[in-house]
Design a protein around this ligand. Structure first.
Ligand SMILES: Cc1cc2nc3c(=O)[nH]c(=O)nc-3n(C[C@H](O)[C@H](O)[C@H](O)COP(=O)(O)OP(=O)(O)OC[C@H]3O[C@@H](n4cnc5c(N)ncnc54)[C@H](O)[C@@H]3O)c2cc1C
Ligand SMILES: NC(=O)c1ccc[n+]([C@@H]2O[C@H](COP(=O)([O-])OP(=O)(O)OC[C@H]3O[C@@H](n4cnc5c(N)ncnc54)[C@H](O)[C@@H]3O)[C@@H](O)[C@H]2O)c1
Length: 477
């Protein structure tokens, strides 16, 4: 038997999070191996963020031109679905990871291809593609960054009906004639928007009243209106009870709990995620296989003796977003390096070694038409957390910059101010291009900038950012 390869740090999973942890630990001088079972770059690069945004962007560009008289007349045609899919394919490198793998090599991170499993404290065994096993040991830390997988509910006939998950919805090579989308979360809303723009007849089936239930209610309302205006049949308050695709081919018949039926060519389940931890050897270190891993603010998994196990990205369930995973990765890399060198860990809120923003300032942009962008707490979350708040709303269409940006611009903004602390703790912007308004709000929340000081941050005329002036004027009364 060959000796295990010894590293300072082993990262399991080379998605955006794993790559960034490895980059930080090797930059700190720690020898680092990264284990990847599929493609370096992870779900985000090949079956999630990147292909979904590549599918959505052409529709947004066309909608932007159509929203301006004069340009509208030049933008009368339909999207070229073939060209959109080809552009998506280029963005995902045709599902090859050579570029990302050679970047790992160029910076001195060892890539071990195969499925990684913990076999005990600081030990990882990798089942390699040639059927062999490689044993690795870590002097300082093992980091789990294995991400998450789509959940498909166990309903009668659904598995046999070969449903789409987000992987199929982002990698499909043809536009289905009719697409049923189950679930009104972010994946459901974005994929309904993308495929309807590409020519599918889309029905969005949601259990709740509106899409995007985690955002301010007006976000879901405006996004539902936007989807309906673009031809999506948005059906609220309905649950799927089963599906049937006789012989596994041809159209799928979807049964609904109100007794109704729906026939589609494909059915997408966009019904949430589960952690990719079921075959990870968690039981060998006293943890529950298949569970989300609980971490402290330094990203160290709680309840593991010796404190050598870390978890960042989707798998810790703090915020299932690429940019938050990468933020956690930067923090985890710094913490592991500090502990390895025996340095003091700066774990006060907003310190160098804690992911404080996960709880206080998570950001998200939903790339529907209109876009919905949010940072920090919603009014409801703030109230449930016992904060004394003031909520200020303003119609984005009443800002001159917005009316120049698009005719009949429709959108809304909200800021949530903590009255005891005197600064923003949340903000939401919904409207065409609203995603680009978000970072100013993020800086105000993270910087805890007093509202009175924001009065001196003068937005340029005539930009949509003048929304800030209007929100502050409304706040002052
Ligand atoms: C359709 C869709 C669109 C999205 N759009 C956005 C967006 O626009 N913006 C955004 O911020 N977020 C978006 N997300 C969320 C985003 O994709 C995830 O938050 C992100 O991918 C998480 O990164 P990660 O590195 O934690 O995990 P992943 O990207 O899932 O990477 C984990 C990696 O670990 C590997 N792995 C798993 N188990 C093992 C093992 N045992 N051994 C070796 N390797 C293993 C996997 O193969 C994978 O490569 C989207 C998600 C979906 C589904
Ligand atoms: N632009 C972005 O930032 C972006 C885009 C896509 C995904 N993501 C991230 O990926 C994660 C996964 O997204 P998602 O949309 O799959 O999950 P989600 O948890 O956001 O939404 C899933 C939705 O499905 C519903 N649902 C669950 N079971 C159901 C059932 N049996 N029938 C009907 N509805 C059901 C839930 O009520 C929920 O509204 C999210 O946390 C999101 O943050 C981000």
């Amino acid at each position: 038997m060959t000796e295990p390869s010894a590293y300072d740090v082993i990262v399991i999973g080379a998605g955006p999070t794993g790559e960034n942890v490895a980059d930080r630990t090797r930059a700190a001088g720690l020898t680092t191996a990264i284990v990847e079972a599929e493609l370096v770059g992870g779900e985000c690069s090949y079956w999630a963020c990147v292909p979904s945004k590549a599918l959505l962007r052409p529709a947004a560009a066309l909608a932007a031109a159509r929203a301006v008289a004069g340009a509208r007349e030049a933008a009368g045609g339909r999207l070229d679905a073939g060209a959109v899919l080809a552009r998506r394919d280029r963005f995902v490198g045709d599902w090859h990871d050579d570029g990302q793998a050679s970047w790992l090599e160029s910076v001195g991170i060892d890539l071990v291809r195969g499925h990684g499993r913990l076999t005990g404290p600081r030990r990882v065994a990798v089942r390699t593609p040639d059927g062999g096993t490689r044993e690795l040991t870590a002097r300082h830390a093992v980091v789990v960054a294995t991400g998450s997988r789509a959940v498909v509910p166990k309903l009668p006939g659904v598995a046999e009906a070969r449903p789409w998950t987000s992987r199929d919805a982002t990698s499909a090579k043809e536009v289905p004639g009719r697409l049923a989308v189950v679930g009104g979360g972010v994946v459901g809303a974005e994929m309904a928007a993308a495929w309807s723009a590409l020519g599918s007849e889309v029905t969005l089936l949601m259990r709740g009243e509106r899409p995007l239930p985690r955002m301010e209610p007006f976000a879901g309302e405006l996004v539902a209106e936007g989807l309906a205006a673009r031809g999506v049949n948005v059906r609220a308050g309905v649950s799927v009870s089963g599906a049937e695709r006789p012989g596994g081919s041809g159209p799928v018949t979807v049964s609904l709990d109100d007794g109704g039926r729906l026939v589609a060519d494909e059915i997408l389940f966009a019904t949430g995620r589960r952690p990719a931890t079921d075959d990870l050897g968690l039981e060998t270190v006293g943890l529950e296989p298949g569970s989300w891993l609980t971490v402290d603010d330094t990203l160290r998994v709680t309840g593991v003796e010796g404190g050598w196990l870390y978890c960042a990205g989707d798998t810790n369930h703090r915020a299932l977003l690429t940019h938050q995973g990468k933020y956690q990765a930067r923090i985890a890399g710094a913490v592991i390096a500090a502990r390895a060198r025996g340095e003091r860990v700066d774990d006060a809120p907003w310190g160098a070694h804690v992911a404080t923003a996960d709880a206080a300032a998570t950001t998200q942009v939903v790339f529907t038409e209109p876009e919905a962008a949010a940072v920090g707490l919603t009014a409801r979350e703030a109230e449930e957390g016992g904060r004394r708040i003031r909520v200020v709303d303003y119609e984005l269409g009443n800002v001159s910059g917005a009316s120049l940006y698009a005719d009949d611009y429709r959108g809304r903004a909200r800021m949530v101010v903590d009255l005891d602390r005197g600064h923003l703790i949340g903000a939401t912007f919904v409207g065409p291009g609203a995603g680009e308004l978000l970072h100013a709000a993020t800086i105000a929340v993270v910087g805890e900038v007093p509202v009175e000081r924001l009065w001196h941050a003068v937005p340029a005329f005539p930009t949509v950012s003048e929304i800030w002036l209007r929100l502050l004027e409304t706040y002052r009364g």
